[in-house]
Design a protein around this ligand. Structure first.
Ligand SMILES: Nc1ncnc2c1ncn2[C@@H]1O[C@H](COP(=O)(O)OP(=O)(O)OP(=O)(O)O)[C@@H](O)[C@H]1O
Ligand SMILES: Cc1ncsc1CCO
Length: 539
């Protein structure tokens, strides 16, 4: 088996302590290989050398039967004794150059890395692959003192590895429900490098049916790799929502009109965890455009709900239900429902910054929507400051560049609201110049825009599912063109606002607020198409 042909898709690290009561280690191992494990690493701590060699030898008999390479954790002597394919070493184990000298060029040597600089060194020293982690907290190893990388942190390491030929698996807290989030969210921002696979212990070893457990994980990794491989444009965030038509402003506006009809026809359920300032206006805005709102926040309620909703909005304006946000978002990823994140006032306090980091490491948003201060805080730019929930200052020097970079960094569509709205999927940037200044005089206009973005993302998914052959890409977090969904939310809101503001009965914010609801209800695709002012910005 040549080194170049090794498939790192599903890398099993053994851990006999996780076996369910009564389950035999060798039986579990064989079943996991039948389920699709592609590499095995024997990891034994605190064990006599003789016993380690015995376990490794019997393990190799089984892995050989399935043509799967065997690696030994840390112990070169055990590797040599059983003739395995190589070793895996940690940062504090034997130095990689020394291991290479001892083992020669043909042995596989993998290294655990947690940072881009460790990855850089691994490349220089000739590692064949790296294990990047810990991604999340895990019960299999004490990583309490280590920084949890989250998918975004894995992506920063993958950036370093791009083009080097060094492959990468991620490790730490990876389970079936967060696997698609990890694969998608860790694609490196600039080079679009992605994981070769994932390493796991407990999901497989701890299962009474390791064959099924391995097969389920493998199916997600396989479909992810297939999708990345077949991708026409590797910079696209949503690989399977490749646009139906070339992306001109006219065609996008036409597609927005289609989504307006889809909402009225199918009345998607839009689950919203939002702040208590805007909750009623947001629910009414959802109804006005033809969808159906549900404002559940309790963690015990949201998991069931996730199966039936069209999309989820998480707006942390008054941030009282973080537990519900964590569970609902994770379930949206599992059920492949669009998830719109509105990080209200994220830059204003340390607590909000920390909460946003926690949420974004726990689930992958489909769309991130914010005003300049909020997008600035997420993009770690100090061009725009916040005063509570509002932005202060004149905005970004180059807003198109900021939204495009953040979309790439977060693997999500980004919507920046303000006098002009900017929307990017990391590939193209749209500028939408509709709206009215009275929107700045009512509270929660941005929050309502977020609600409508979620509503039309639900429609984009329904439209995709209705118009395409059903497909089984288990690694996709969403299906449908979410750029069009986001644009639709922004345009419906801002065009309805223009029509409302022009009414003779509108005298100020109070009458405008009622008129806005009426005009959301009355808005037709033809009127939207006439008024929509959208341009594609070259970045
Ligand atoms: N002066 C303006 N002219 C045109 N449109 C505007 C103006 N101000 C805001 N908008 C529109 O209003 C919507 C809300 O954007 P804004 O940036 O004010 O949100 P926000 O600050 O998050 O609001 P809130 O915190 O009150 O929910 C956007 O769709 C935007 O296009
Ligand atoms: C005023 C306000 N405070 C927290 S959320 C919110 C609604 C507008 O973002």
């Amino acid at each position: 088996m040549g080194k170049a042909t090794i498939d790192y898709s599903l890398y099993l690290v053994t851990g006999r302590e996780f076996l369910p009561p009564g389950k035999d280690y060798y039986e579990s191992l064989e079943e996991s290989l039948q389920g699709g494990v592609t590499v095995v690493q024997v990891r034994e701590k605190n064990i006599d050398t003789g016993k380690f060699i015995e376990i490794a030898r019997r393990t190799k008999e089984i892995t050989d039967k399935y043509g799967v390479p065997l690696l030994i954790n840390d112990r070169i002597d055990v590797h040599l004794a059983v003739g395995s394919h190589g070793i895996h070493i940690g940062q504090t184990d034997m130095p990689l150059p020394l291991a290479r000298t001892l083992l020669g060029p043909d042995a596989i040597i993998g290294l655990s890395v947690s940072t881009p600089s460790e990855a850089q060194l691994a490349v220089q020293q000739g590692a064949d692959y790296v294990g990047i982690g810990p991604v999340w907290a895990t019960g299999s190893k004490d990583v309490s003192a280590k920084v949890k990388l989250a998918p975004e942190g894995v992506g920063r390491v993958l950036e370093i590895l791009a083009g080097t030929g060094v492959e990468a698996v991620a490790i730490g807290g990876i389970h079936l429900p967060n696997l698609a989030q990890l694969l998608h969210g860790s694609i490196s921002p600039t080079s679009r490098n992605h994981l070769s696979g994932i390493a796991t212990i407990s999901d497989i070893v701890g299962s009474p049916t390791p064959k099924d457990a391995a097969a389920a994980l493998r199916a997600v990794v396989d479909s992810f790799k297939r999708a990345r491989k077949s991708l026409g444009n590797p910079s696209s965030v949503f690989s399977l929502s490749s646009p139906e038509e070339p992306r001109s402003a006219e065609s996008l506006i036409r597609q927005v009109g289609v989504l307006m009809e889809v909402v009225r026809k199918h009345t998607p359920l839009v689950h919203q965890i939002t702040n208590n300032v805007v909750i009623n206006d947001s629910a009414n805005a959802t109804l006005a455009v033809g969808a159906s709102p549900i404002m559940a926040t309790n963690a015990r309620d949201v998991a069931d709900l996730s199966k039936v909703i069209g999309a989820l909005l998480i707006n942390f304006g008054t941030i009282t239900d973080k537990e519900g946000m964590l569970v609902a978002g994770r379930q949206a990823n599992v059920n492949r429902k669009p998830l719109v994140f509105d990080p209200v006032a994220v830059g204003a306090t340390a607590y909000r910054r920390e909460a946003s980091r926690e949420l974004l490491s726990h689930w992958q948003p489909t769309v991130i929507k914010g005003n300049a201060a909020e997008i600035g805080a997420l993009a770690e730019s100090n061009e725009v400051l916040s005063r509570g929930v509002d932005s202060v200052g004149s905005g970004f020097t180059d807003p198109a560049k900021v939204v495009k970079a953040l979309a790439q960094k977060r693997a999500a569509v980004v919507v920046l609201t303000g006098v002009e709205d900017y929307i990017s999927d990391g590939e193209i940037v749209l500028k939408a110049s509709n709206g009215h200044e009275l929107l700045g005089n009512i509270t929660g206009s941005g929050c309502m825009t977020g609600t409508l973005v979620a509503t039309f993302c639900a429609a984009a998914r329904l439209h995709y599912l209705a118009s395409k052959e059903p497909f089984e890409d288990l690694s996709q977090l969403v299906q449908g063109d979410m750029l069009v969904g986001a644009l639709a939310g922004v345009l419906v809101m801002t065009v309805a606002a223009e029509v409302a503001a022009a009414r003779g009965d509108v005298k100020g914010p109070g009458t405008f607020r009622s008129a806005l609801l009426d005009e959301l209800y009355n808005l037709r695709p033809e009127v939207l198409a006439q008024r929509a002012n959208v341009t594609v910005v070259q970045v």
